[in-house]
Design a protein around this ligand. Structure first.
Ligand code: AMP
Length: 548
């Protein structure tokens, strides 16, 4: 183990340094709420860490269940400071799905459900709307803060470690920090078996990612305000978490109320002063519908950073027209390779071209290989020449460790490899199709499987289908994506039910499905049909369903 492995965590190092050099610098802002400085954010995490450090340093992951708040961010930091990976779970997650995540963590650690604490960062009056908060092992972050505060106040000997300025929670706390190849966070995404699948990203992965983000235009100036809109359970949000917190920047959070209220959203955007816009292209499209989404609203924005789904030429063109001087960047990558691994600055010429936008060139430390697939979908080992479409394989120093406690899925997708200079790294089979052009730019050409992106959210169609099929009274279920201009605009489900009851009506089915999977995965349209159409070889005829 190197010194680097033992002592550093890119995010903690940066937040702590900023807290020392500029304690009053804002770290977190939200509409109508008091600003939270680096000193306050670090202080909150010190108290939380003091409470968490009472349990053994077993490195087990901790769930942080919350919405976007400074307390949630402080809880992430506290987990890392006490040697725990954090598992961000959004407040809207149904309890049964949350239970599934918890049981995966518990099974892997061999402990009991009570030993798998879930840190809930919502306000006490929001608990009733947080389905997962009813589970075993739940502790309120506000209670932990109190416990930590008392513990620090009672520290028998201040020289034993508790700095009077609240900088550390114990002597030598750095030796507990998550570092090197230990897991920084586990993001649970939709899994094809109907159970969420955890992706384990290491501290080294994040450090390498942070080093790249710091080189981006605008971000490199330091101290930028980042739009903080995507849920923390979606790895796109690591762009702003890592980008802002490792450069003395500030997160500007978009409130949940703004999601369905454009006036509120625009009031928040106007208040934000964002320099760096981070979102899916879909979110930008939603804003672009309103003509007041322009320089007068966002006077300082200098960089639009996109990832998570295809960026359409017209979106880029419109942003370049309305936000004179701003850089529009398309980036690509899966959660399995720490947010993103390619980058391209979209020029007006690219945006105006009839050709779809490229997703860019690989970041330093990443090699993109386009691999040939055989008829069964196995990789033949042959690398496709320039221009030929194959499966995108990412080889590099941000490739995640594995799928949590899932050796089978891990070995199917992850492997050990080397960069052209001989550096040993991991490789990941993305399941994305693409090709490299003459300039070395990567172009995406869809998926090899049934994973889709809806408003940037990653959904395995099989996950929705099996959860629907498991509902009492459902005999057959099939789910197909609805598309417009090549983009998925929603999901449509077809079900055969055993009886004509209210609970088997589209509304009844939707309500019951909402208790099992996150709302963004629930099909917008559910149609009850008499019989499932089948192809000549007995499979569900999805082509027919698409046109139903
Ligand atoms: P997630 O793990 O949620 O970030 O989703 C990763 C998947 O989103 C990738 O494997 C791609 O299928 C898709 N994706 C990400 N970025 C882009 C992009 N810029 N253009 C097209 N597809 C993208």
């Amino acid at each position: 183990m190197t010194r680097k492995d033992e002592l550093t965590n890119a995010v903690l190092d940066s937040v702590e340094s900023t807290r020392i050099a500029a304690p009053d610098l804002p770290a977190f802002r939200a509409f109508g709420r008091p600003e939270v400085s680096y000193a306050q954010l670090w202080g909150m995490s010190t108290n939380l860490a003091a409470a968490l450090s009472e349990s053994p340093d077993d490195g087990s992951p901790l769930i942080v269940l919350g919405s976007k708040s400074a307390l949630t961010v402080a809880a992430f930091l506290a987990c890392l400071r006490t040697g725990h990976a954090f598992v961000p779970v959004d407040v809207t997650m149904p309890a049964s799905r949350m239970e599934d995540i918890t049981s995966q963590l518990v099974e892997a650690s061999g402990s009991s459900a009570d030993d798998c604490p879930v840190i809930v960062t919502v306000e006490p009056d929001e608990l009733a709307q947080t389905p997962g908060a009813s589970l075993k092992g739940v502790v309120l972050a506000s209670d932990l803060i109190e416990r930590g505060r008392r513990r620090l106040a009672q520290a028998p000997d201040p020289d034993a470690g508790v700095a009077p300025d609240g900088l550390s929670y114990a002597a030598g706390e750095r030796s507990r920090w998550v570092s090197g190849e230990r897991t920084q966070y586990i993001i649970f995404t939709s899994g094809s078996t109907g159970r969420p699948k955890g992706i384990e990203v290491t501290a080294n992965d994040v450090a390498n990612f942070a080093g790249w983000v710091r080189t981006f235009p605008v971000v490199s100036r330091g101290g930028c305000v980042f739009l903080d809109q995507a849920p923390y359970s979606f790895d796109l949000s690591e762009y702003e978490l890592v980008g802002a917190l490792t450069t003395g920047g500030c997160l500007y959070v978009v409130s949940p109320q703004a999601k369905d209220d454009t006036r509120r959203l625009f009031a928040e955007l106007s208040d934000s002063g964002v320099d760096v816009w981070v979102s899916t292209p879909s979110f930008a499209d939603l804003c672009l519908v309103d003509h007041s989404f322009d320089r007068a609203l966002l006077g300082k924005v200098g960089l639009f950073l996109f990832c998570g789904e295809a960026l359409q030429n017209r979106t880029a063109a419109e942003l370049l027209r309305r936000f004179d001087g701003a850089v529009v960047a398309n980036t690509y990558g899966p959660t399995e390779s720490t947010v993103a691994v390619t980058w391209v600055q979209v020029t007006p010429e690219m945006a105006a071209s009839p050709d779809p936008l490229p997703v860019g060139r690989p970041r330093p430390g990443t090699q993109i290989r386009i691999m040939e697939r055989d008829a069964e979908g196995a990789l033949t080992g042959r690398q496709c020449p320039q221009g030929e479409v194959g499966e995108i394989v990412i080889v590099g120093d941000t490739v995640a460790k594995d799928y949590f406690a899932n050796p089978e899925k891990t070995s199917a997708a992850f492997s050990q490899d080397r960069l052209p200079d001989g550096t040993p790294v991991r490789a990941y089979r993305t399941g994305d199709l693409g090709f490299l052009d003459a300039e070395g730019m990567l172009h995406c050409k869809g998926r090899v499987d049934t994973l889709i992106k809806l408003n940037g959210f990653r959904i395995e169609i099989d996950d929705v289908e099996s959860n629907l099929a498991e509902l009492d009274g459902v005999e057959f279920a099939a789910v197909v994506p609805m598309r417009r201009n090549g983009r998925v605009t929603g999901l449509k489900a077809f079900v055969v039910v055993d009886s004509d009851t209210p609970q088997n009506s589209p509304q009844g089915l939707r309500e019951r499905l909402c208790e099992r999977i996150p709302a963004y995965m629930v099909p917008r349209r559910i149609k009850v049909i008499e019989e499932m159409p089948l192809t000549s070889n007995g499979k569900i005829d999805r082509k027919q369903l698409v046109n139903f």
